[in-house]
Ligand binder design. Structure first.
Ligand SMILES: [Zn+2]
Length: 239
């Protein structure tokens, strides 16, 4: 039985290695997807800023045009002012000129505000574009690293898988079935090392008599709590 348990311990080591490889094979592409998502987010942010800049430029130009129109209107009105003889009409036109001047000054403030916002946005955009370009570089290098890693992991996976197949041939078929059953119902871990009379998986104590029997290593024993196959190693300090 001791030899069979040793085989099972080796089998579990291989199964855990295979699980770890499987996890890595999933994790690499997931990590890339995460980075790609981040990149798309940055791209969208940059595009949104560009649209805001375009809109602000347009608004700013509209104000400039309106200001020029206002100036032309004022010049024309001032020309007309000379030919007006009626006092009431004269004052009405004067008021209108003042109002247009006031409107223009308002628009100048707004156009200036646009320019200030544009300056700020352009600086932000520049920083964001730098970030985007760095992210693109990072993604490319990660892609290369992950592709290389995956190739190595797949190779190791197939090596371990082959040696596992060989190992299975040396294990009693009934015992192997039992191992697989417990593995399926115990979170992928069928075997538990007992350390100082304690199950290393569920951390509960093993009754003294069972612990003594376990150290003889001549029969198959199960943890009374988690039902895993338990084993003992001579090297540990026994309690
Ligand atoms: Zn246990």
């Amino acid at each position: 039985m001791k030899k069979q348990i040793d085989f099972l311990v080796k089998l579990q080591e291989k199964d855990r290695a295979l699980d770890w490889f499987r996890w890595q094979i999933r994790e690499g592409p997931e990590r890339l997807q995460g980075l790609e998502k981040e990149l798309v987010g940055l791209q969208e942010d940059v595009e949104a800023d560009k649209r805001r800049i375009q809109d602000l430029n347009k608004t700013q130009r509209e104000y400039e045009t309106e200001i020029e129109d206002g100036i032309a209107h004022i010049r024309k009105s001032r020309g007309r002012l000379m030919s007006i003889k009626n006092n009431k009409e004269y004052h009405a036109l004067l008021r209108e000129i003042e109002e247009t001047e006031k409107g223009n000054s308002d628009k100048e403030d707004k156009a200036l505000g646009c320019l200030e916002d544009l300056d700020k946005l352009n600086k932000e955009l520049e920083a964001k574009e730098k970030g985007l370009s760095a992210m693109r570089d990072r993604l490319e290098s990660e892609k290369a690293v992950i592709a290389k890693e995956l190739a190595r992991i797949r190779e190791e996976f197939s090596t371990v898988e082959k040696s596992r197949e060989k190992l299975i041939q040396t294990i009693d078929p009934q015992l192997f079935i039992k191992y697989e059953q417990i593995k399926a119902t115990s979170g992928g871990i069928a075997l538990a090392l007992v350390n100082n009379a304690t199950c290393s998986e569920c951390h509960l104590g093993i009754p003294p008599q069972m612990y003594n029997e376990l150290q003889r290593q001549d029969t198959l024993k199960f943890c009374p709590n988690c039902q895993r196959i338990i084993f003992w190693k001579k090297t540990e300090t026994s309690a």
